[in-house]
Design a protein around this ligand. Sequence first.
Ligand SMILES: Cc1cc2nc3c(=O)[nH]c(=O)nc-3n(C[C@H](O)[C@H](O)[C@H](O)COP(=O)(O)OP(=O)(O)OC[C@H]3O[C@@H](n4cnc5c(N)ncnc54)[C@H](O)[C@@H]3O)c2cc1C
Length: 740
Amino acid sequence: MRNETARHDITVVGGGLAGVCAAIAAARLGRTVALINNRPVLGGNSSSEVRVWVCGATGHGKNHHAREGGIMGELLVENQFRNPDGNPYYWDTVVLDAVRAEPNLTLYLNTDVREVEAEGPDDMRRITAVTGWTMGSERRIRFESKVFLDCTGDGLIGHLAGAHHRIGREAHAEYGEPWAPGAADDITLGSTLLFYTKDAGRPVKYVPPNFAKDISKTSIPQRRIIKAGDNGCAYWWIEFGGELDTVHDNEEIRDELWAVIYGIWDHIKNSGGFDAETMTLEWVGSVPGKREYRRFLGDYVLHQGDILGQSEFADRVAFGGWSIDLHPPQGVYAAEDGAKQRYTDGIYHIPYRSLYSVNTSNLLFAGRNISASHVAFGSTRVMATCATIGQAAGTAAALCAEQGLTPRALDVPSLQRTLLREDASVIGLTCDDSADLAPRARVTASSTLACIAVETPDEPWQLTADAGIVLPVDPQLTGIELLLDAEHDTEVVIELYDPVLGQNYVPRRLVATATVPVPAGSHQWVKTGLEWSPATPRNAFVLVRANEALALHTADRPTPGVLCFTRIPLRPQDEAPQPLREWTDAGLLRRTFCLRTGETSAFAPTRAVDGYLRPYAGPHQWVSEPSVSGAWLELAWPEPVTLHRIEVIADDDVNEDLINLHHHRTPFDTLPTLLRDYRIEARGPDGSWHTLSRTKDNRRRRTSHPLAEEVTTDALRVVVEATNGAASAHIVAVRAYAQE
Ligand SMILES: Cc1cc2nc3c(=O)[nH]c(=O)nc-3n(C[C@H](O)[C@H](O)[C@H](O)COP(=O)(O)OP(=O)(O)OC[C@H]3O[C@@H](n4cnc5c(N)ncnc54)[C@H](O)[C@@H]3O)c2cc1C
């Protein structure tokens, strides 16, 4: 056995996606980081040991332009390239590779932290060290740091340090939450084990173990959906322990979950009700996936009203968008549905004050243990959201360690600036980076998509339900025409709405209405006459009312800046209003209703230097006309500038809902809108262009191009040679740095 001491600027305990993203973020900012995980595999509940699929703000595609950016975005895009079929082991390696790519980060796997040294009175605790035991290596390691992050999910580190926290549900009166119970209690969400099956191609018998539960004596077959071919997270509802203590009763909970799994499999194999003769169990989990335990108290407690009201916190540093998703305490044995879910109208903000301890001065946290009420946690708990929180907390830790500050004393605007500079997403804020010379340049392009015109139809779309079209309005919307078929003389009713919030894609404030006659006939361009000139650029939601005599037309291709929806009724159990559930792109994803509009500046070259890194009240990127090869974006300065590094942020289409495991398969490995081949050129004194950097087979969103030698020039060009499939060149941002 060995005793060791490890000194790092920052110690991150817990290698779930929150801890991984926190550690990577801090390491990229130049701090030395220890990332400690008590299991051999990173990724926490997303790892191949548990196999929960990574969900986030898209809410399985309900929210739009909502996929996470930053480090979580990088992981999802890389996983899509390497692992489009969602193999859990391949996902493990994507996460491990990302951690190993950071030279400032030291990874301690299999290291269980059980001791914490902390000092100070209850209202001013400070952690000096944590100690872990590396299983299999007999190493007892004491980790000393300036700043600590508890990303353990269960919150053991903060608990041992004396950080204030709570377990269970708050009373309704505490935060005025409609979904909170009348009295506070210690109920949590339960834990789950998952299993995978496979078809052996020949009959396989199944003899259940003695401990398997006879589920025919429970409500499970009546209350839950059981299908022979389902795998993994499709069985999220095998949940137990909400009325127990999910940590101290973990062993008992695991045994119950195993009994249920083997009982369900017995039911599938031997009840005669399923076509499963050749099926066998391929994998059964043994590490219970824990949903909930301690939630720390920060300077702010995020609650239900913040999520449903989309509170615009000045200190916002991350975002979420999953529904508030709570489960009955009895879990798998509950008579009611396995989950109750409520979506707000779009993605919501998470404040920095929920990420550091109210009473432990050098403790930040990220993941499912942040300062949120039980109800708000019901939404923030999904892993891509935990990961963006992790990047924010890790970035804050890096700035604190560098500046010798406590998390509470940190300057929040500088944290937000750093996050945006690192391409993390803080919704509605622009990257105000004084070192970046690009915003001072005059920006021009070889061509710009100036008109939205989808004129070649593939299929008619019967208007049996209301349809919706989101269009950028910059600076005005004029001349909207729709391609319509009419069975007989009729009229089309169109309403134009302002979604009000930049991140929302549902109709909220009615701006104008038009009723236009449509004579019988097919493929008729109908002028709507709708116009709108808002004070600032934004999106319009154009609602086309259902009319059984009418059909729109769809084209089988996506159109930059445009989203198309159809309206479905809420289910009886859904709380109303929930427009996000009503307006779905089912059947319309990557397709566009045929339409024409007047000119738009939404894709102007200047959008590539406007500081926005993702769609917000408009697309915020330069898009060329549909002809890629040789398309260029140029930055020209009035006086020559000396450059050391150039950064290109390509469009990774944050509307595409990527997932790490097998929930759905996205049909391409690389996002088509990403630049594939491009070069960066600088203009010489004689006006000729010289290549500074050439990129081939790119599949990333953000690429840094350090220059081998500094370059003095009055103009730069990014010349696009090929995209990964998109018809136009898309560039979200170009950044140009002098010595940093
Ligand atoms: C069955 C189930 C279904 C779910 N469904 C979804 C879903 O569909 N999609 C989704 O995104 N989310 C889902 N969730 C929620 C989500 O998995 C969690 O909220 C999320 O994993 C929390 O991330 P985290 O990084 O905070 O913690 P975790 O993923 O729990 O990671 C914590 C890590 O810290 C390590 N650790 C703990 N204690 C110590 C210690 N003392 N020393 C060292 N290391 C330690 C753990 O081993 C683990 O690796 C589900 C959860 C469960 C259990």
